[in-house]
Design a binder for this molecule. Sequence first.
Ligand code: ATP
Ligand code: MG
Length: 662
Amino acid sequence: MAALLNAPQREAIHYLDGPSLVLAGAGSGKTRVITHKIAYLINECGFEPYNIAAITFTNKAAKEMQERVAHLMGGRSPKGLTVCTFHALGVRIIRQEAVHCGLKPQFSILDAADTVQIVADAAKDSDKGIAKQMQWQISSWKNAMIGPDEASQLADNELAAAAAAAYAEYERTLRAYQAVDFDDLISLPVRLFETNEEVRERWKARLRFLLVDEYQDTNRAQYRLLRQLAGERGMFTAVGDDDQAIYAWRGADVENLRLLQQDYPRLKVIKLEQNYRSSRRILEAANTLIANNEKLFEKRLWSEHGPGEQIAVHGCREADAEAEWVAMKINAHRFEARTAYKDYAILYRGNHQARVIEQALRNAGIPYVISGGQSFFDKAEIRDLIAYLRLLQNEDDDLAFIRAITTPRRGIGAATLEALGHYAGARHIGLFAAVFEEDLAEHLNARQLEAVREFANYINRLKYRVTREPAGRLLEDLLASTRYEAWLFEHLDSREAETKWNNVRDFVGWLTRKGDEDGKNLVELAQTLTLISMLDKEDPDFDGVQLATLHASKGLEFPHVFLVGVEEGLLPHQASIDEDKVEEERRLMYVGITRAQRTLTLTWCERRKMGKEFRPCEISRFVAEMGGDLKLGQRRSNDPLSREEGRDRAAALRAMLERGGR
Ligand code: ATP
Ligand code: MG
């Protein structure tokens, strides 16, 4: 392998005597160690790809890693190699071992919206806000591998007590639906491995070498899964950076870094200190900033790159102006530097900040892609369709049944569903199964009975076709026979209906292609849907500015980065200031800064809209913490660029660019 690797990187790649941990700062080539180690294991150590699993944090990262490995292996990704997220690995394990988990292989995977509903039902509390908080609490327990009994002992406030009380019922409901939530995807395999030696040994023999990226953000349950799979011998390489731990709020536990050393006394720790990503000024600013956090592990990063440009900090009047300024800068810089749009990223703290940015980019004629935004799968029209798919896959999925039978409306009302629900509940069977019970006729009137049976028969007819016909054709028939498009246009205004219908068409087109490519039928596609994000749809050649939250930007790099909304109350976030958790926000800022390769621009606003009111803002403390080598800019008070002026300037610039011929 003549590829560029430094000495400690090579050491980490070649080390096979036991467990190892690469602990190093941003951009030091940790992910590169993983991809090269996969190639090394296969090419030079005789490992079968089938025996190797690399675990990444997001689907996007998994996809990128697969591509990098394919590149190293001469163009093709090795057959049988596992590169996926912890959750996707969990799905595979549960699917193969379904009987041991008390599930059928066609179990459903529920997302947050579904589970909130179940928690609300279990707690008999219809307040969505409270149900959300309870779900959050239950999820934290599950991530920490705490069951309902233990939870009720731990609960130390009213909300937690209510959540603990609902927890057991919640779990029962999931099992009755033959469904699992996201947390189960990790905790079920862990429980299984801890209690069933035969199964555990089988998986240990299968996954002989494990590689884990972004190890600092694993939670306790994920750690236990890793430990079960790796066993005493611990044939794994984990890479991580404690300074980039940004998921504590979701149960990630940096303690896992210490635990690894405790549980594996032979753990080989390798440090990387050369940063290959960023210019020196950017790296310096990142180092200076993060020095304000208490250190877990001492690290130093240096770079051979030149100093590069100064980091620019620009103050704007408000978010609209900020977005317009960034759009204008990108157009101007792109023109000057002859770069592509995809060389630019705009990063922000919260998803809500994306809307104005999108607007400004559209106004300026700049193409863009968003990663990790509101999931495509959260859109109502997509969830409608997914409900049908889930029901086709798993008739015990009562939530899917209710959503599908009522969307589009087919004259089946709440009274019918309530009667059906009572009937099924009393007999401990699912709604779908109840429909065909003889004595249901005593509980529903003739018209109601006919309506629900007609629906169930319709589903059964589709089901019959699933293994016989391609996914695409079935989807088209499903849309046609439910008259979904017409229904959208009947109950929505035409613009909204059109947007939704386009989303549906997009989704169907994408599923059809995926079905053709992977040779999967509709039900097989349906099962993993909840896990995939529309990111997979992204065309890597598309030339667009990258928009992402700081959380979603982890592991990525871009030549030019704009970090917007660098204000007190936003970054650091107000909640974390109140709760004295600024350190995690500082790490988030560190992640943001270290995404940049060549230039970094920070922007902040003098005032920001909170609800209907404008609130004055101060520049983030983090800017001062980055050291003095910054280029400060401010809108001049005698030069208030109005929105109209901004738009005019953007238009003029666009015209100039078009004349420029690029
Ligand atoms: P992060 O903490 O942000 O995830 P990382 O430590 O995983 O960063 P990589 O993404 O693996 O870092 O590497 C950062 C950049 O440096 C990549 O563009 C990579 O190709 C490059 N790089 C890594 N190692 C070397 C090397 N030895 N020689 C040249 N370039 C390298
Ligand atoms: Mg990385």
